[in-house]
Write a protein that binds this ligand. Structure first.
Ligand SMILES: CC(C)(COP(=O)(O)OP(=O)(O)OC[C@H]1O[C@@H](n2cnc3c(N)ncnc32)[C@H](O)[C@@H]1OP(=O)(O)O)[C@@H](O)C(=O)NCCC(=O)NCCS
Length: 187
């Protein structure tokens, strides 16, 4: 597969999705140092810009290795970095990947993930040849569960006591969307 497939620029009505550059680190840190944004993550909020730089470097390395797709989300109207979305745990043979997303708190509730997520999903089906996209979330993360529902994912099950972070044990809710699930949405 061409390397370019893992470094796309995807445009939607209100958003631009494209790979992150080291110069985006301060903007990314501002979003992911927010404890509310990181509430359901399995890592602590980022504490300094080095973590953002390391994330961007690691993302670009895994994209060069054709293992994942990590894209920043920008608002077209203001050029503001709103968050990131990704397809990771890419399994080429089984044509599956996992989806993840996070937005700055100021950008919640405006349907941006419906828009960015659908564009990323279509890109995954069309350009990576995916057949299945899955998501794993904390069952308490209602915003995420609702966003996945709006994106056409089915709730497939619960993995009990899957995580233990700082002594807190939590379950994982598993969601999936297949290429064959919503033919009308696809192309
Ligand atoms: C999850 C997240 C990406 C959703 O993005 P979003 O752009 O706000 O999603 P939408 O605007 O499409 O909203 C989705 C739905 O969730 C609802 N919602 C938003 N915040 C909510 C909350 N705290 N509790 C319950 N529902 C909530 C919205 O009202 C909307 O429902 P509606 O269409 O019926 O009004 C965003 O909340 C976020 O970045 N959260 C922090 C990071 C995170 O938890 N990521 C997921 C980890 S896998």
């Amino acid at each position: 597969m061409s390397q370019d497939v893992f470094f796309p620029r995807v445009e939607t009505e209100r958003l631009i999705l494209k790979p992150l550059l080291p110069s985006d680190a301060p903007g990314l840190l501002a979003i992911f140092s927010d404890a509310e944004v990181m509430r359901y993550w399995n890592t602590a909020p980022w504490a300094d810009v080095q973590e953002a730089i390391a994330f961007i470097e690691k993302s670009n390395e895994s994209m060069r290795g054709q293992q994942s797709l990590v894209l920043g989300i920008w608002l077209r109207s203001t050029d503001e970095l709103a968050g990131k979305c990704m397809l990771f745990s890419y399994d080429k043979a089984s044509r599956r990947a996992e989806i993840g997303f996070g937005l700055a708190r100021s950008c919640w509730g405006r349907g941006y993930i419906s828009e960015a997520g659908e564009a990323l999903i279509q890109y995954g089906f069309d350009s990576l040849g995916l057949r299945r996209i899955e998501a794993e979330i904390d069952p308490a993360n209602q915003a995420s569960a609702k966003a996945l529902g709006k994106l056409g994912f089915s709730h497939e099950g619960l993995l009990r006591q899957r995580w233990e972070v700082n002594g807190v044990v939590s379950d994982s809710a598993i969601y999936g969307r297949l290429l064959s699930d919503h033919p009308a949405r696809h192309g």
